[in-house]
Design a protein around this ligand. Structure first.
Ligand SMILES: NC(=O)c1ccc[n+]([C@@H]2O[C@H](COP(=O)([O-])OP(=O)(O)OC[C@H]3O[C@@H](n4cnc5c(N)ncnc54)[C@H](OP(=O)(O)O)[C@@H]3O)[C@@H](O)[C@H]2O)c1
Length: 291
């Protein structure tokens, strides 16, 4: 492992998430006082230890925030039809406001097809095609959690985004593509000049080196190195790969020697992603009573 001298200001996600979750807890209390019992259903398929752990953490957090959280655990042998049946039931159940499917799901199942069975307004991941369409059109709806968390993280830490050059490395559906749409929207915490680079742009460092804000969204460990970063730039590490429980970020830690500000290796974009999930859930509950 390389050793580095951190000179960049750190941009932790924890305090951002705490602030969002405090707002969520307040909104849950207000809804309960108005006779609504916010409910976030969770679905786990299979017996992967890491996924089971993540869903337990989210259920505990849901309970702490005051959500009811009905849970369905399907066996690893579950069919696509089994998964669709669970999602159709939750979609039709008026007492359930949000539904979270822990992914990855077993390889024989198609997550994207399953998502289409879910009522778009209950999609707390913000990944349903209808919600992606709403994002593209600037209409209200659940936002994809990691991109929304990154916008919140930059705003919380006072990083100006409007009018600045943002370069995103990666055009994936979870992160790069929706983040580009979000940060290009006309809003004080967005309104940026956004460029997206990917494997089709062989000389992508030419773009990242001019970025005032660089977001790594590739899922390729260590792909972003100091020579790809403009001195003083803000670097956001979104992409990660897991080897078991070991987290391998896109951004090499030596980038901290060049960047002006950088998300920490652990505790950056992760906590804000989870906070946005709960924000989507409480907003879904609010919409259910005030459509
Ligand atoms: N921290 C969190 O909480 C969180 C949450 C969600 C996702 N993530 C992470 O975010 C990352 C992106 O996820 P995703 O689903 O949006 O993306 P994805 O579908 O995995 O796509 C990765 C993107 O990176 C590009 N890419 C890969 N290798 C590259 C290379 N060598 N040079 C240039 N571009 C390259 C790909 O280009 P092509 O399109 O040309 O193939 C693609 O656009 C993943 O690592 C994921 O784990 C993190």
């Amino acid at each position: 492992m390389s050793r580095s001298t951190t000179t960049a200001r750190l941009l932790p996600g924890g305090p951002v998430a705490d602030q969002i979750l405090a707002e969520v807890a307040g909104d849950v209390r207000a809804l309960r006082a108005a006779g609504v019992n916010p409910s976030l259903a969770t679905v786990l398929v299979g017996d992967d230890d890491a996924s089971a752990g993540y869903i337990r953490i989210k259920q505990r957090q849901a309970a702490d925030l005051g959500f009811a959280s009905p849970h369905v655990h399907l066996p690893a042998s579950a069919s696509q039809a089994d998964l669709h049946a669970v999602l159709a039931d939750f979609s039709a159940d008026g007492s359930v406001h949000g539904v979270l499917v822990q992914h990855p799901i077993p390889a024989h199942l198609d997550y994207d097809r399953a998502l289409e069975v879910l009522a778009p307004d209950k999609d707390v991941d913000g990944m349903h095609p209808v919600n992606m369409g709403r994002l593209a059109l600037g209409l209200p709806g659940p936002l994809p959690c990691t991109p929304a968390g990154i916008e919140a993280l930059l705003a919380y830490h006072g990083v100006p985004v409007a009018g600045r050059e943002v370069v995103i490395l990666g055009r994936g559906a979870t992160l790069g593509r929706p983040l580009a749409m979000l940060l290009a929207q006309k809003r004080p915490t967005a309104n940026a000049a956004v460029t997206v680079v990917h494997t089709g742009v062989a000389d992508w460092p030419r773009y990242t080196r001019r970025a005032e804000i660089l977001v790594a969204a590739a899922g390729v460990p260590g792909i972003v190195r100091p020579e790809h970063v403009r001195p003083g730039a803000v670097v956001v590490g979104g992409g990660v790969r897991y080897e078991g429980r070991r987290l391998l970020p896109d951004v090499d830690e030596s980038c901290a020697e060049v960047a002006g500000a950088i998300t920490p290796r652990v505790g950056g974009v992760g906590p804000t992603t989870v906070a946005m999930l709960f924000r989507n859930a409480v907003r879904a509950a609010g919409r259910a009573v005030r459509p």
